[in-house]
Design a protein around this ligand. Sequence first.
Ligand SMILES: [Zn+2]
Ligand SMILES: [Zn+2]
Length: 350
Amino acid sequence: MRRLPIYFLIDVSESMVGDPIQQVEEGLATIIQTLKKDPHAMETVWVSIIIFAGQAKTLVSLQEIASFYPPKFPIGSGTSLSKGLGHLMFELRKNIVKTTAELKGDWKPIVFLLTDGVPTDDTKTAISEWKQNWQRSANLVAVSFGNEADNNVLSELTEIVLNFKNTGKDSYKQFFKWVTDSIKTSSVSVESNTSGFELAKLDENVISKIDLSKSKTAAQLIDNNFVVLSAKCQNSKRPYLIKYKKKIATTDFGGINLDTLTYRLVGAFQVDNTYFELSDNSNTTFKINTEELLGAPSCPCCGNQFAFAVCNCGKLHCIGEEDESTCPWCGNIGSYGSGESGFDVNRTQG
Ligand SMILES: [Zn+2]
Ligand SMILES: [Zn+2]
């Protein structure tokens, strides 16, 4: 039986922390569940999941639907699309059975790339390798989750760049149903020997094609749609992330409208130690002033009231009622006053 390999290449950078990554996790589980009931898909579809943040890794190696168990998704720092692509190409080279004179190999693999951000690294080399070796022998669908994902970069990889719009509570559900339907239609069309790749009909309210002639985003080293701060719980020593989302507010100053950029709290989220494995630690010099940040969370690990204490070492941790606090990063013991004005803290790449 010829296989139809489906690869999910998924951005697990910090901007995905919280609801988005949970929706992706549930979405992938639903895809697999649904495909298990589809005889065509069960026969031909094999699935693999690759994740990337500052580093990339295989979360689930290529396997048949029947033995597939939906994984938990970790979070990392940075959005290294080039490492994600590099890892994807490594997996493709390793797994794809080529057609020879004696052997019918795999159907053209389909890759779903899901990203919500702007690559924080140079993608040139990886993209030219993709173009040279895989653009014709794989079908890639790039889905941008963010308002300002770098569509220029995505459009170099593929002609199919789609924008996912999270407009209602069922948006994610509908999106993953569309992915499932696309896999089903493709698994049928390979057998009738047409192009072997057929996307399901798009619901324009949820997912739409991006007009690539219009979008222009400059490459940058940091994702500015979100500010994400990395912290550790003083009690449990576990890492957590504090996430803020960009908000432009227009204020009327005596007849003159001024746009001010602030970041509003989305929430604080526990992550596990995989976070450090998946992070690119070469860039740690990004700063944000706390005056630009609206809202302070409590600690998601231990419930301490204040998740936003800054140690002399520059790192963040939670504090409670205790007189003296111990920094879970450097071990420094001290007491904290509350700052009067804004101060700079290190932010992550997102
Ligand atoms: Zn805590
Ligand atoms: Zn410290």
